[in-house]
Design a protein around this ligand. Structure first.
Ligand SMILES: *[C@@H]1O[C@H](CO)[C@@H](O)[C@H](O)[C@H]1NC(C)=O
Length: 232
C-alpha cells in the first residue's frame, strides 16, 4: 500500500486533537477551583425516627472557607416528629454533592455528649480532593467556652440546637495527580500511535471521514499549519 505522508500527518494531528479533547474531558470532571478563603458550598440533612430530611443549604457564615481553619455553630431546626429519646444523625455535603461525610451520630445513646464534629478537608492545589468527618465529645474547657450552646444542646426540649463544627484543612501534594496525568498522556500518545499506524492504514478513508466529522472540519482544509507543503 502506498501511504501519502501528508494524509498520515493529518491523521496524526487529528488523533492528537482527539487525545487533547479526552484530557480536557477528564480535567473538567475534577472538582471546582477555589481561591484561598472562598466559601465552599455546603449542605446538611438529618436522619431520625427512621426517616431522612431533604438536603438544606448551609449559610455562608457556617460553611468552610478554602484553606482556612474555622469553628462554626451550625443551627439544627427541630426535626418534625422527633421524640425526646430518638437518635439524631447528620450528614454534610461539600462542593455541590462531590464530597459527602458519613452519617454522624450527634444525639442518642451512640453519640458523644455534648458532641462536636471535626471535618477534615483535603486540598490539592485549588480543588478539594476528599472530605472526612468524625464526632467527638467536647472537653471540659471547650464546654465552658461554649456554655450556653452546650446547655441548649443537652436540653432535650430546646430547639433549634447548634452543632459545633470544626473545619480543618490538609494539603496533599500533587504527585498523585501528576502520576494520573502521566498515565493519561501515555494513553493519549498510544491512541495517536495506533491511529497513525495500523488502524489508519486499514480504515484510512472511513476513519478520516469520522475524525473530520468529530473535529467539525473538512479534511485537507488545513489545521493551523500547512503540513502538505512542509519540506523536510
Ligand atoms: C429547656 O428548654 C426549654 C425550651 O427552650 C425551656 O423552656 C426549659 O426551661 C429548658 N430547661 C432547662 C432545664 O434549661
Amino acid at each position: 500500500m502506498c501511504e501519502h505522508p501528508a494524509r498520515q500527518q493529518l491523521l496524526q494531528r487529528l488523533a492528537l486533537r482527539l487525545a487533547a479533547l479526552l484530557l480536557l474531558g477528564v480535567a473538567s470532571c475534577r472538582g471546582s477551583e477555589f481561591l484561598e478563603g472562598d466559601f465552599i458550598p455546603a449542605a446538611r440533612r438529618g436522619q431520625f425516627h427512621g426517616q431522612r430530611t431533604h438536603w438544606h443549604d448551609i449559610l455562608g457564615s457556617h460553611c468552610p472557607k478554602f484553606g482556612v481553619k474555622r469553628l462554626v455553630a451550625v443551627p439544627l431546626p427541630q426535626p418534625v416528629g422527633h421524640k425526646v429519646a430518638d437518635e439524631y444523625k447528620v450528614q454534610f455535603s461539600f462542593d455541590g454533592d462531590r464530597h459527602l461525610t458519613p452519617w454522624l451520630s450527634i444525639i442518642g445513646k451512640h453519640a458523644p455528649s455534648p458532641p462536636y464534629v471535626e471535618v477534615e478537608l483535603v486540598r490539592t492545589g485549588n480543588t478539594i480532593k476528599s472530605v472526612s468527618a468524625l464526632v467527638y465529645a467536647l472537653d471540659q474547657e471547650d464546654q465552658r467556652a461554649h456554655a450556653p450552646l452546650v446547655r441548649e444542646f443537652l436540653n432535650a426540649t430546646h430547639w433549634p440546637k447548634h452543632l459545633l463544627v470544626h473545619y480543618r484543612w490538609r494539603t496533599q501534594h500533587e504527585e498523585d495527580e501528576e502520576g494520573g496525568l502521566l498515565v493519561l498522556f501515555s494513553a493519549g500518545a498510544l491512541v495517536a500511535l495506533l491511529l497513525g499506524l495500523n488502524v489508519a492504514r486499514t480504515y484510512q478513508d472511513k476513519l478520516r471521514a469520522f475524525l473530520a466529522d468529530v473535529a467539525g472540519e473538512q479534511p485537507g482544509s488545513g489545521f493551523g499549519g500547512a503540513p502538505t507543503e512542509k519540506v523536510e
